[in-house]
Design a binder for this molecule. Structure first.
Ligand SMILES: [Zn+2]
Ligand SMILES: [Zn+2]
Length: 442
């Protein structure tokens, strides 16, 4: 069978399952869960994988699910297709879970549906007969880096080390036997076309900031207190003042939130907690910006005579997409949605833990349309079910064929030219080296 025939058969198999794939995506959308807590979604993934003849292994980095399928045409590299399981809390989202607030406000539900759809198409069409090497279908937890206090508590009790899904899976060795990987994220930006590949994405560091003051009677004895909230306000104002020192080309993003602002209104706040990311295009830019951010937060403590504790947590590495894989996706996009709807997307200022994988192996992280509204907004909505779920599945499956057909020539070609900047050990050492706790007495 030629590659073209194989692709045609896989696409036909996906079309046959289209309503099932859409149904999976919509079911997951209606049952959003937060990172490392995606138990229902993981169960649905496991059950679906089993129903199509895969043998999934669950509970990886708490909720990850991985199923391997060996090609029957010979040895070769291992190519992983990924889908992210988690949602995130977006205030006012109409489909937010009433208990947790979780919502699928950037379309991870479509990633999982597409991952399962790609597996269905490849298995139904018996594509493995013509593929060499191995495919891994991997539903991964916790891409959204939030819910930080809970995750830090998990880390303190030994259940996690890194607070994002892919870094944790890397640490645990679940990517040790994977040579290259791909996932497709949804986009609601019209300028991204129906599908496109970004040149790069920002990386980030994550910080928790705790101001400690002294409680006192807010009416009777405010002079005896040290107001941690005012210290935090000055810290936030100082962060805003340093923004003009960031170079445009470093695409720094600092966006703190207050997670605890005081105990009750008639008490001078003795404890205020904040969280922030420090994002940037390069590791050097992030490290430079975070020094300024730390200094700004200390200014608040100094002004009020409060104490500030700054904990720096490893975040996500900047992401670079593999150029060879990007060319394959572009060709597939031309076939699936028309060349006029493909976009080469420049640098994006969000962050993803696909960046961490990109440090150690060639990866591809295209975007697919079909959504409207604002990513991470209450109005984010999937409106083109065919594009978001079904075409998405076809694009993943097409890359599996591209990489592993013809004796895995495609994957071998990628691996020959790709130069990931770090070994897995170097990556883990680097991330661990970022973790820091600092206390400043103002
Ligand atoms: Zn997101
Ligand atoms: Zn996302």
């Amino acid at each position: 069978m030629t590659k073209t025939e194989l692709l045609r058969n896989v696409n036909a198999a996906i079309d046959k399952r289209a309503s099932e794939i859409i149904g999976l995506g919509e079911t997951i959308r209606r049952h959003p869960e937060l990172g490392f807590k995606e138990f229902k979604t993981a169960r649905l993934v496991e059950d679906t994988m089993r129903s199509i003849g895969l043998a999934p292994k669950g509970g990886l980095a708490i909720t990850g699910v991985r199923a391997d399928a060996a090609g029957r045409a010979g040895d070769g590299p291992t190519f992983a297709l990924l889908g992210e399981l988690d949602g995130l809390v977006v205030a006012g989202h109409p489909e937010g879970d009433p208990t947790t607030g979780a919502a699928h406000a950037c379309g991870h539900n479509a990633q999982v549906a597409a991952l399962l759809g790609a597996a269905m198409g490849l298995l139904d069409a018996q594509a493995l007969d013509a593929l060499s090497g191995r495919l891994v279908f991997f539903a991964v937890p916790a891409e959204e880096y939030g819910d930080i206090e809970w995750r830090v508590a998990q880390a303190r009790s030994g259940k996690l080390e890194f607070l994002g899904g892919k870094p944790e899976l890397l640490r645990l060795g679940h990517f040790d036997d994977v040579d290259l990987a791909m996932m497709i994220h949804l986009t609601s930006r019209p300028e991204d076309g129906k599908t496109g590949v970004p040149a790069s994405n920002n990386g980030c560091l994550v910080k928790t900031i705790r101001y400690v003051g002294r409680a006192s009677h807010a009416g009777g004895a405010p002079h005896l207190g040290v107001n941690a909230l005012y210290a935090a306000q000055i810290g936030l104002a100082a962060v805003n003042a340093i923004r003009e020192t960031f170079r445009d080309e470093d695409t720094i993003r600092v966006h703190p939130i207050i997670t605890h602002g005081g105990s009750q209104v008639n008490v001078i706040p003795a404890e205020v907690r904040l969280e922030t990311y420090v994002r940037g295009r390069t590791v050097d830019a992030i490290l430079d910006a975070q020094k300024k951010v730390d200094r700004a937060f200390k200014a608040g403590a100094l002004a009020l005579g409060a104490r500030v504790e700054i904990e720096t947590l490893p975040g996500y590495m900047p992401m670079t997409c593999d150029a060879t894989m990007a060319r394959h996706h572009e060709a597939n996009a031309a076939r699936l949605v028309g060349a006029e709807h493909y976009r080469q997307i420049g640098h994006r200022t969000g962050s993803t833990d696909m960046g961490d994988l990109s440090m150690v192996m060639p990866i591809l992280h295209p975007y697919v349309g079909g959504a409207v509204g604002s990513g991470h907004g209450a109005d984010f909505k999937i409106v083109d079910l065919q594009l978001a779920y079904v075409m998405n599945a076809k694009a993943l499956a097409a890359m599996a064929v591209d990489m592993l057909a013809d004796g895995a020539a495609g994957a071998r070609d990628v691996l020959k030219t790709a130069k990931p900047p770090m070994t897995r050990e170097q990556y883990l050492t680097f991330q661990r080296g970022l973790a820091r706790r600092e206390t400043f007495e103002g």
